[in-house]
Design a protein around this ligand. Structure first.
Ligand code: ZN
Length: 485
């Protein structure tokens, strides 16, 4: 009797604790915003988040494909925003329900400068012809736009700085240790050079564009155009790395083909570029010079796609490239490129993400993946230079959705390592929940603070249904997925 009353009491106590726990968490949701729109984030426009002086800033595409930014104060444990930071010239109103109607190229890339001002570049898909002569490629859509906060660390008010080329897309920030900012991007639509502009005054002025990878008609072909997809980041010391893939574009037209993997690096002291062995490159590289001097692997017909690239203490590059259904890891061991290895074959569908190089042989990858009907954010680790990869902790998981990754937050706080989006394939609108994930899972927020859609979903329900799947299939067939144009 006594024992049973004890266990009854503890049962009641447990139920009370459980209930109060539920009550506490019932008011909180794991997403910080519900207004990610279309394909709100990618690893290509990067960084998408940065931790600076105790605050993690995150940027993504929201309603109208406009840039939205939110901030999480790690000391106060409080979210601010999302704030509507600017207007994407490619945005459409009212809300679209057909994914084929969105452009997605104008997602924001974010950087915090030395003084704490936050900069976003967004809105570009090559720039319209009306902006004038494009000396590095062919015009496209939108306008590459640069905005900055009016005050350091305050995301509430923004101003536009007209100091970069409008003809940009896939905008990428590289911030050097001395604070110099490099803005890399493709200077136009898919038949265009990859260029950079440099700023030594915290983004207030930029030097003219410098072309680093050249587009042109393919040698000996009237129907193929040499085009590229590239990814840039800081290397060891005062260097910048470029990892890239080739796009044999159909001319006229376009296709989704990409192949091969390439690597080179810039010495920021004089802007000169070398290949991995240290041989000087004549810039910009062409298909011919890239093939003879910067090729990592000829992949034949197998489709390769950009990933990220980081260096070890010796400056040797470690690179992800994405292949259909898997991420492959490449490493320069000082003498040669090690044979590429796939990471987590059973987890490979929908895999994307970024990684940290701890030493030449020890690398940790944080990947969005699909496994057993669930989307997961998983750590993977190798301690033998990528020959074997072991799965580590799952930081966050959700059933019946797919995650979209970004690169790791710049200077990441352990609680806020990656901004991701969860997409439910069954829903009939294009709004998605946004999460900031770290070692303790996603940083939660009171439901009302995380709700930013107003009556948008009700309005959408009253609209005619989109032929979402048929349209997506048509676009895929036409090679018009959003990284493809
Ligand atoms: Zn093309």
């Amino acid at each position: 009797m006594y024992l049973s009353s004890i266990s009854n009491r503890s049962l009641i106590l447990s139920l009370l604790i459980l209930a109060s726990g539920r009550l506490c968490t019932a008011a909180n949701v794991e997403y910080f915003s519900d207004n990610g729109y279309g394909n709100p984030v990618s690893t290509l426009q990067h960084p998408a988040s940065e931790h600076y002086k105790g605050v993690t800033y995150v940027a993504y595409s929201g309603p109208h494909e406009d840039p939205y930014i939110a901030a999480y104060d790690h000391t106060a444990g409080k979210w601010t925003g999302p704030v509507h930071a600017g207007v994407n010239p490619m945005g459409k109103a009212p809300d679209q329900v057909d994914p084929g109607e969105l452009d997605n190229h104008g997602r924001p890339a974010l950087i915090v400068d030395r003084q704490g001002y936050i900069h976003l570049i967004f809105g570009g898909h090559g720039g319209e012809a009306k902006f004038g002569q494009n000396d590095f490629g062919t015009p496209g859509k939108g306008r590459q736009t640069h905005i900055v906060t009016k005050k350091p660390g305050d995301i509430s008010a923004w101003e536009t700085l007209e100091n970069i080329s409008p003809f940009g897309t896939y905008s990428q920030w590289v911030k050097m240790s001395n604070g110099d900012l490099y803005l890399f991007y493709r200077h136009g639509s898919h038949r265009s050079d990859w260029v950079y502009q440099k700023s030594v005054d915290d983004g207030r002025t930029f030097e003219h564009e410098v072309s680093v990878i050249k587009h042109k008609s393919a040698a000996g072909s009237l129907i193929v155009h040499d085009s590229w997809y590239a990814w840039f980041d800081q290397g060891k010391g005062n260097t910048i790395t470029a990892s890239y893939v080739y796009h044999p574009c159909a001319n006229p037209g376009h296709n989704a083909q990409r192949n091969n993997t390439y690597y080179m690096l810039m010495d920021c002291r004089d802007g000169s570029w070398t290949n991995v062995q240290g041989a000087k490159l004549k810039m910009p590289v062409t298909k011919e010079s890239a093939d003879s001097l910067t090729l990592i692997q000829a992949t034949g017909k197998e489709k390769s796609n950009h990933g990220s690239c980081h260096v070890d203490a010796e400056g040797n590059p470690h690179i992800f490239f994405r292949f259909p259904g898997q991420i492959r890891y490449y490493r320069w061991d000082g003498k040669a490129w090690q044979k590429a290895s796939a990471i987590g074959a059973d987890y490979s569908k929908g895999s994307d993400g970024d990684f940290i190089v701890d030493s030449p042989l020890t690398v940790r990858a944080l990947l969005t993946q699909n496994h057993d009907g669930k989307a997961e954010v998983n750590w993977w680790k190798t301690t033998d230079g990528g020959l074997n990869w072991t799965k580590g902790a799952t930081l966050f998981t959700m059933p019946e959705v797919g995650f979209q990754a970004t690169v790791l937050a710049r200077n990441a706080h352990p609680d806020a390592e990656m901004l991701i989006c969860a997409k439910d394939p069954k829903q009939e609108h294009l709004y998605h929940h946004m999460f900031l994930v770290g070692e303790k899972g996603a940083i939660s927020r009171p439901t009302d603070e995380a709700s930013h859609l107003g009556d948008r979903l009700e309005t959408i329900k009253a609209m005619p249904k989109a032929h979402t799947k048929a349209e997506a299939k048509r676009r895929k067939k036409a090679g018009l997925e959003d990284d493809d144009t």
